[in-house]
Every structure is written in C-alpha cells, then in structure tokens.
Design a protein around this ligand. Structure first.
Ligand code: ATP
Ligand code: MG
Length: 237
C-alpha cells in the first residue's frame, strides 16, 4: 500500500527559533492521527509544511508518493485552521460558489447544498460572512474545506470556538469522513476528543516526536501521564 503521507527528517527554523527538528513518520490511507503537544511544540508548523503553505528548512514531505506542490495532489488536500480563507464581503453561498469554481467541482449546486446542510448553515446562506459569529465562521470554514471531497484532511484545533452542539456536529462529521476512508490529521489540546476520534496519536515536544502510540492501548489519562512525565523529564535536564 502506498502511504498517504510520508514525513522524512523534516526540520524547520524561523531564524534562530527552532520549530521542528528531524520529524519523521508515515501515515497510511484511512488512518486518523491526533497530533498532541503543548503551545509552541510545532504542531501548526508541521501541518503548514504538509499542506505546502510553508517549506521545510530540510527534509521531505510526500503525499501519496508525490510532492505537495503538485497541484493535483493539492486538490485532494483540505486544511481547517484559524486562517479562514473566506471573504467577509461575500455571502456564505457566494464564498462556496467561488471555491466551487476554483476546484472545478461537478454538480456544484448540490454539493454546496450538502455541505451547508452538514454544518447547519443553510438558513444563513444569504448572509454576509462578515456578519457571522465566530463559531458560524468556523463552521463555514469546515464546509468550504470539505467541498471538493478531499482525501487528506489537516485539522488544526478545529473545535476552538465551537459551542457544544457544533462540537457534536463536527465530531459526527469527522467520524463519517473516517468511515469513508479519508485520511485525517488533527491537532487538539482535548485528549478526550482525540481518543474518541483517532486510532493513533503523536506527541510533539520540544520540536520532535516523543511518542507514537495507539489510542486503543492508551486511555486519555495514560496519554496525559506520558505527556507530562516526558515534559518533566525534559525540563529536569
Ligand atoms: N512565522 C513564524 N515566525 C517565527 N516563528 C514562528 C513562526 N511560526 C511559528 N513560529 C515558532 O515556531 C514554534 C512552533 O510554533 P507552532 O505554531 O507550530 O506551535 P503549535 O504547536 O502549533 O502551538 P499552539 O498549541 O500554541 O498552536 C514556536 O516557537 C513559534 O514561536
Ligand atoms: Mg498551533
């Protein structure tokens, strides 16, 4: 089986700030991986490098065996982060139509209807995005990202700003995407959500992966214990 994603000795520096150091791992198609780690550990930097937004200082990223800057592979990828990639002076519908054209989506009207229903924004589709609440904007970001049925999803703390109902909605949506065989990488500080959704976790600490484990074998409390004990060990050095 060709891996969905291969990260090979990726390092990233911002001037004298080290963000990632020698990070390597492989993700198989259909895997759901949670990336854990405290603020500044390098999670967002890693997702940005995978999506091609940022370039590694050294090392390589391969998506299904090819380069992420390859446009065709890029079209199979979706990023959900705090960068909205939405136009405030357009309505939700206009935003989705714009992206539908960019991605050259077939049966665009039906697909837009579907994603709006998925995130429960159908009733607000004619409103300007600038007038949306933060959680609504986040939901539209999710709809936009799913529009072209991506095979690889990169989610950077997607639950931030969502109310309890919307958290449930997104959790169900992610479970459905996983059942459809999509490959998903998620960063979160919520160990409970991570353990509900994903089968594997990676812990990033001080720019490197210090744990790569199976969720099935580890409870959130054990992960917390591993995470914090690893943190203590490093701090004691
Ligand atoms: N554009 C940038 N310029 C300079 N330094 C940066 C830049 N982006 C990230 N960094 C630095 O790289 C390190 C990793 O940051 P990153 O945003 O990847 O962390 P994170 O794990 O996503 O943290 P958080 O949990 O707070 O989102 C930090 O020290 C950060 O200050
Ligand atoms: Mg981050």
């Amino acid at each position: 089986m060709v891996p969905a994603l291969q990260i090979n000795k990726v390092s990233k520096d911002f001037g004298r700030i080290i963000a990632l150091r020698n990070v390597s791992f492989v993700v198989q198609p259909g895997e759901f991986v949670s990336i854990l780690g405290r603020n500044g550990a390098g999670k967002t930097t890693l997702l940005n490098i995978i999506s091609g937004i940022s370039r590694p200082s050294s090392g390589t990223v391969q998506l299904s065996g090819t380069d992420p800057s390859d446009r065709i592979n890029k079209a199979k990828l979706a990023v959900i982060s705090h960068e909205m990639f939405l136009y405030g002076n357009l309505t939700a519908l206009e935003n989705l139509e714009y992206y539908g054209q960019v991605y050259n989506i077939k049966n665009m009207e039906q697909r837009i209807e579907q994603v709006l229903r998925d995130v429960e924004l159908t009733h607000r589709r004619f409103d300007l995005v600038a007038t949306y609440s933060r959680g609504m904007t986040q939901r539209l970001t999710i709809a936009r990202a799913l529009l072209h049925k991506p095979l690889l999803l990169l989610l950077d703390e997607p639950f931030t700003g969502l109310d309890q109902h919307a958290v449930g909605m997104l959790t169900a949506l992610l479970k459905a995407l996983k059942d459809q065989g999509r490959t998903i990488l998620l960063t979160t500080h919520d160990l409970h959500t991570a353990s509900t959704l994903s089968e594997r976790y990676l812990i990033l600490e001080k720019h490197s992966i210090i744990q790569d484990g199976s969720m099935a074998d580890t409870s959130p409390d054990e992960i917390r214990e591993k995470y914090f004990s690893a943190k203590r060990m490093k701090e004691e050095k």
